[in-house]
Design a protein around this ligand. Structure first.
Ligand code: HEM
Length: 418
């Protein structure tokens, strides 16, 4: 099951609850915050015409609905495809669908609980804390390579490689594979774009097929000769005789590799942009570990990398007067919730000294981001080293966001530092 989409048209919506914004219109995705402000000022629970389902833009609803057990990331554990009108799976995306079949993100309890428990141990704070020196070392190496140049695309030369190498090494893949992993991952996430074409689907499926073939060969090697890495750990983990199958390990490894860098790359780019545009002294924002933590939280809140996640209604539900049928989709607008003026003072100001910063960028409830402790550490260390090494860093070209609305990240961030 690729993207979660509303299949049965919803018709009983009063005009006053409808709102329109084209997800692939540059005016919208370059700055979705204007639309969000309008929603906050009028109706934060609204029917988004282009997506064809209800969406929620206020912090209170988003936060509550992420935790609400009447909604799920999967529906096929409680309904058949026919019942909710889902068409049969597409043959030309079979490889992609297999990578998602056992993805934590698409599972609901008890399957979700079983898999998450096995993986979670590697990502708890005390484990990932040990990675700080390695992240700093990588950040220094990337900046050393800027030598002799006057400006650089920070996304490509700094933001992207660091999290890709870290997650590859955790899983047990060589750092040299990072560019290839980035390529497969970037092509696979296009499947979640609004209005995806058949051509895109074919390319994403090819990337999934190549990624799978590569991982299968590494899994076979690890079965013969386990190492001190997450892949071997997943293959040998045993909860009361319950072990993961190769397909489960493969799905989980692909999810970790993809989720393990996409959003962190975007947060680094968006965060550096927010800091530089704020006019604040970057050095002061990373002067102490506590301030570095607060700065990173504000970067996550102010310009979140992931703006829209969806859920299925698992039964017929009356949600404060909105009548949802089993199988209907709802959209939870993380990027908008983080700018809700009812929750944050001066919500549209970037303020790394605020004390009301707790945001929903990592989600909430059972699917709360497993990588949050790792991402936070990566962002604190990488951005800290960047501003320490390049105190005069500045934006050299107007940055532009990519055309994948819900992955809100910069295509390019050209900076100079002399
Ligand atoms: C700034 C960086 C990141 C952000 C903003 C982010 C955000 C999110 C969000 C919002 C979700 C929940 C989606 C939902 O409820 O539908 C999620 C889930 C997840 N994230 Fe992250 N993430 C980040 C980094 C990472 C990293 C570094 C890893 C890898 C280690 C990771 C692995 C995962 C996994 C495996 C899930 C699925 C958890 C589950 O379904 O139980 N993420 N992430």
């Amino acid at each position: 099951m690729a993207a979660i989409v509303q299949v049965k048209p919803i018709t009983d919506v009063p005009d006053t609850s409808r709102a329109s914004a084209a997800p692939r219109d540059p005016t919208f995705f370059q700055n979705p915050y204007t639309f969000y402000a309008e929603r906050h000022a009028s109706r934060p629970a609204f029917f988004w015409e282009e997506y064809g389902h209800w969406c929620f833009a206020d912090f209170k609803s988003v936060s509550a609905l992420l935790r609400d057990k009447r909604f799920g990331r999967d529906i096929l554990h409680v309904a058949s495809r026919e019942e909710i009108g889902l068409p049969p799976p597409k043959l030309h995306t079979a490889d992609f669908d297999l990578t998602e079949k056992y993805s934590l993100l698409n599972l609901e309890p008890p399957a979700h609980t079983r898999l998450r428990t096995l993986v979670n141990r590697a990502f708890v704070s005390r484990q990932v804390e040990q990675l700080r020196p390695r992240i700093r070392q990588l950040a220094h190496e990337m900046i050393d390579a800027f030598e002799g140049q006057d400006s650089i695309d920070l996304i490509k030369a700094f933001a992207a490689p660091i999290p890709a190498i870290i997650i590859a090494e955790m899983i047990g893949l060589p750092a040299e594979m990072a560019p290839q992993l980035l390529n497969w991952s970037n092509r696979m996430v296009t499947m979640y774009m609004y209005g995806v074409t058949r051509e895109t689907e074919l390319d994403a499926n090819q990337a999934a097929a190549d990624f799978t073939a590569y991982l299968r060969s590494v899994i076979a090697e690890r079965r013969k000769a386990p190492q001190e890495d997450l892949l071997s750990h997943m293959l040998t983990s045993d909860r009361d005789g319950d072990v993961l199958s190769d397909d489960e390990v493969m799905s989980t490894a692909i999810l970790l590799l993809n989720a393990g860098h996409e959003a962190t790359v975007h947060t680094t780019g968006n965060g550096v942009k927010s800091i530089l545009e704020s006019g604040l002294d970057p050095h002061a924002l990373f002067a102490t570990p506590e301030q570095a933590e607060a700065t990173v939280e504000e970067c996550l809140r102010f310009d979140a990398p992931l703006h829209l996640f969806t859920r299925y209604a698992l039964a017929d539900i009356d949600l404060n007067g909105i009548n949802l049928r089993k199988g209907d989709v709802i959209g939870l607008m993380l990027g908008a919730a983080n700018r809700d003026p009812a929750r944050f003072a001066n919500a549209d100001s970037f303020d790394p000294f605020r004390e009301d910063g707790a945001n929903v960028s990592f989600g909430a409830g059972i699917h709360f981001c497993i990588g949050a402790p790792l991402a936070r550490i990566e962002l604190q260390e990488a951005m800290g080293v960047l501003f320490e090494r390049l105190p005069k860093v500045r934006i050299a070209e107007p940055p532009r966001y990519g055309d994948v609305y819900h992955f809100h990240g910069l295509e390019k961030l050209t900076v100079s530092w002399k």
